[in-house]
Write a protein that binds this ligand. Structure first.
Ligand SMILES: Cc1cc2nc3c(=O)[nH]c(=O)nc-3n(C[C@H](O)[C@H](O)[C@H](O)COP(=O)(O)OP(=O)(O)OC[C@H]3O[C@@H](n4cnc5c(N)ncnc54)[C@H](O)[C@@H]3O)c2cc1C
Length: 378
């Protein structure tokens, strides 16, 4: 049977990186299917993300409309000491969004019948410019290109680049979200629409406002998003942090609602001792604190014939760069542009790889030096 002339992409991973790739390739006329291992609708994962130009450019490129503004504007950067005194203040307007806001905008712009949930890739095969993805349920799919957008623990990467895994940086980030109306007035007025920090030796806390769970950026309906970077030594200390309330040692994060009782008590107690009064209130008012290990990952190659790696599957820069989501968006848009401009897929992939490798390495190195300096790691 003669197959269609419309090229087909298989996207593995249906989070932001996968949806950026899917919507960019559809914008140049490709047929695209997304395969996401999670069987449930992913609607409450993650917290705040600094909204960068690359993400907005992607929305324009892919013709994605959004009804609301995508983020909450912050005005100043404030540095507080432990007593809550402002030790430094500078104007630095920027916009913060959330994982949910971006995910919901992207997924609603992609045809639901081509977004396949509960599909975990376990293997792949390549043959004469065709790729076959093999899933845990025994089914398979075939396409002209397979995009590994399956995150830091990528199965695609383990198949094409065995042994290229992430390393642990030496510190973790504790995180939480608090509805705007749940914070006492004194804390709200100090944190309101600003990007606020408390830097101590080997510790950095920060806060900014993000849209509400429903995407609203209306005053009263938004959320305060906080993060606290702290060291946790590899071994028993990190094992304790990453062991959830059911006793399972997770690979690199505990989602909201999963924290062990002892770890929840540990971080709340530490907040009482070390956080300034406004940040202390943020921690007190957070229902479900969650935690992520800070990882480093860089790959020497992103293209393996007709299989490629994008987003966190290829490079995980430190979050201080505030650039991982922008990088995933840039990976996707430049891939579609290269294929559209060059025509020949294999040549386009080589050109794309050269640009994206250099940018991934640059961002990775910058993030490591910034993170190590912030956390006092030599
Ligand atoms: C503390 C912290 C703060 C951050 N702050 C920012 C920020 O301010 N700005 C920013 O830009 N970024 C930030 N990030 C990073 C950002 O969230 C990610 O870089 C971005 O979402 C791109 O991720 P991704 O889609 O490549 O991978 P992921 O979001 O990890 O998605 C991978 C997807 O693949 C699926 N999957 C995995 N394996 C399989 C398989 N075998 N088969 C099928 N599906 C599979 C997973 O279920 C998941 O949905 C932060 C990260 C951290 C940890």
């Amino acid at each position: 049977m003669k197959r269609s002339d419309v090229p087909k992409a298989l996207i593995i991973g249906g989070s932001l990186g996968g949806l950026f790739a899917a919507t960019a390739l559809r914008a140049i006329g490709w047929q695209v299917d997304v395969f996401e291992r999670s069987p449930a609708v992913m609607d409450s994962r993650g917290g705040g993300i600094v909204l960068q130009t690359d993400v907005l450019q992607h929305f324009r490129y892919a013709g994605i409309k959004h009804t609301n503004a995508l983020g909450v504007r912050s005005h100043d950067r404030l540095y507080l000491d432990r007593a809550g005194t402002v030790v430094h203040k500078e104007p630095m307007p920027q916009t913060q969004t959330s994982w949910n806001t971006l995910y919901n905008s992207l997924v609603s712009a992609f045809p639901a019948e081509h977004y396949h949930r509960g599909m975990k890739l376990v293997d792949l095969a390549q043959n004469e410019q065709r790729v076959t993805a093999i899933f845990e349920d025994g089914s398979s799919a075939e396409g002209d290109l397979l995009v590994g957008a399956d995150g830091a623990g990528s199965t695609v990467r383990s198949l094409v680049l065995p042994g290229a895994g992430y390393t642990y940086s030496g510190y973790v980030v504790w995180r939480g979200l608090v509805d705007e109306d749940e914070l006492p007035d004194f804390a709200k007025s100090q944190l309101y629409e600003d990007f606020v920090f408390q830097q101590d030796p080997e510790s950095l806390m920060l806060e900014y406002m993000v849209p509400g769970l429903n995407g609203s950026i209306n005053p009263g309906e938004r959320r305060f998003n906080w993060l606290w970077y702290l060291k946790a030594a590899q071994g028993p200390e990190l094992d304790a942090v990453l062991t959830d309330h059911d006793g399972h040692r997770r690979s690199h994060s505990i989602p909201p609602g999963g924290l062990a009782v002892e770890q929840d008590a540990y971080i709340r107690e530490k907040g009482e001792q070390q956080a300034n009064p406004a940040f202390r209130e943020l921690i007190r008012q957070t229902k479900d604190i969650f935690v992520q290990a800070i990882l480093d990952l860089k790959v020497p190659r992103m293209v393996f014939d007709r299989v490629l790696l994008t987003g966190d599957a290829a490079f995980v820069p430190r979050p201080h760069t505030a650039g991982s989501t922008a990088k995933a968006a840039q990976n996707a848009r430049s891939l579609a542009q290269a294929i559209d401009d060059i025509g020949d897929i294999d040549t386009a992939l080589q050109v794309w790889q050269q640009q994206q490798l250099a940018e991934g390495q640059r961002m990775g190195e910058w993030g490591v030096s910034m993170g190590n300096r912030i956390m006092g790691i030599t």
